[in-house]
Design a protein around this ligand. Structure first.
Ligand SMILES: [Zn+2]
Length: 54
């Protein structure tokens, strides 16, 4: 299965991974504005990685 992983470069950690089937880019964008907004608002560099997991 493919996941989109939200990773914060400043905190050096994965904030969450989301199944690509259920989370399109718009939904990930929403999560960045809500669930993970503290990182974005603190000026952290948050990137989206595509990962494949079993
Ligand atoms: Zn962060």
């Amino acid at each position: 299965m493919e996941f989109r992983e939200v990773y914060c470069i400043n905190c050096k950690k994965t904030l969450g991974s989301y199944n690509i089937k259920f989370y399109n880019e718009d939904k990930i964008g929403e999560l960045l504005k809500t669930t993970h907004s503290i990182h974005v608002r603190s000026g952290h560099q948050v990137i989206i990685k595509k990962v494949v997991k079993d």
